[in-house]
Design a protein around this ligand. Structure first.
Ligand SMILES: NC(=O)c1ccc[n+]([C@@H]2O[C@H](COP(=O)([O-])OP(=O)(O)OC[C@H]3O[C@@H](n4cnc5c(N)ncnc54)[C@H](O)[C@@H]3O)[C@@H](O)[C@H]2O)c1
Length: 260
């Protein structure tokens, strides 16, 4: 029960990876304020309570600053502080850049990058008042490389998430808030959420598992997809008191896919 006195906000908690992260913190006794747009959110909050967490569901949209402010306020009201923020809300996008209109580009960047910014912006005042906190963004291996086509908007948004993570870690560390760490987790292909969803490819619609088998597997030394629980384990690790010296890092959890 390492997180008994911690309040954790998770955006996108109704999704595959967000759910796993919520359950991992719940098992450690954390107070949880879970955000998502989707109906799955309440079910995850129920599961988190059964797993030992004190969890509340707060519907909201990461593209709306007011929803993010309400999320942070709810956390402080329910649990007396906000100690850990995990930004998991995200949209996949697949298609050729030249065939996508600007709205498709803007939507992905607005959820994945700007949504991460908005959640962080709302969580920072309570963390700064506490002079401690853990911000954990969810990037992607596609934030570290170009992928193999059809993922330009998504890869651009995830490169942005890593840049935001590093720059903010530097800013907080040097501006009087070394107790607030900012790190990204960069999952490889995960057997959950958008990692198993149908996507468009040059060869037609394919499930995430088929895409992994056909295009990615031979690049991954462990020759396997990651499990959502492995991403959750990394999030818990980055939130532990013993991880206080880790900031500005982008941690790949990808079976060795990207080695940098
Ligand atoms: N699954 C993978 O293979 C994989 C790999 C690398 C990175 N990621 C990243 O992990 C994160 C979680 O993805 P996932 O695989 O669990 O997919 P998912 O689709 O199951 O989860 C994403 C969640 O974000 C929510 N969401 C979308 N737009 C939102 C908005 N505007 N406001 C609030 N919530 C919103 C969705 O409703 C969904 O529940 C994403 O950031 C994704 O880019 C996933």
């Amino acid at each position: 029960m390492s997180f008994k006195n911690h309040a954790v906000v998770i955006t996108g908690a109704g999704g595959g990876i967000g759910r796993a992260i919520a359950l991992a913190f719940a098992a450690e006794g954390a107070g949880l304020v879970l955000n998502d747009l989707a109906d799955s959110l309440e079910g995850v909050a129920d599961e988190a309570r059964r797993a030992g967490g004190r969890a509340v569901a707060q519907r909201g949209d990461v593209t709306r600053p007011a929803d993010m402010a309400a999320l942070a306020e709810r956390c402080v009201r329910e649990f007396g502080g906000l100690h850990v923020l995990v930004t998991c809300a995200g949209l996949g996008s697949a298609g050729l850049l030249v065939e996508q209109d600007e709205d498709a580009w803007t939507r992905v960047v607005d959820v994945n990058l700007n949504g991460t910014y908005r959640a962080i912006r709302a969580a920072l005042p309570p963390m700064m008042a506490q002079t401690r906190g853990r911000i954990i963004t969810i990037g992607s291996v596609l934030g570290r490389m170009g992928g193999y086509g059809f993922v330009t908007a998504y890869a651009a948004s995830k490169h942005g998430v890593i840049g935001l993570t590093r720059a903010l870690a530097y800013e907080l560390g040097t501006q009087g808030y070394p107790g607030i760490t900012v790190n990204a987790i960069c999952p490889g292909y995960v057997r959950a959420g958008m990692g198993v969803a149908m996507q468009s490819t040059k060869a037609g619609p394919m499930s995430g598992e088929e895409i992994f088998e056909r295009y990615y597997k031979r690049q991954v030394p462990q020759r396997r997809m990651m499990e959502a629980g492995e991403i959750a384990h990394a999030a818990v690790f980055l939130a532990l008191p013993a991880s206080a010296g880790i900031t500005g890092q982008a941690l790949n959890v990808d079976g060795g896919f990207v080695m940098s």
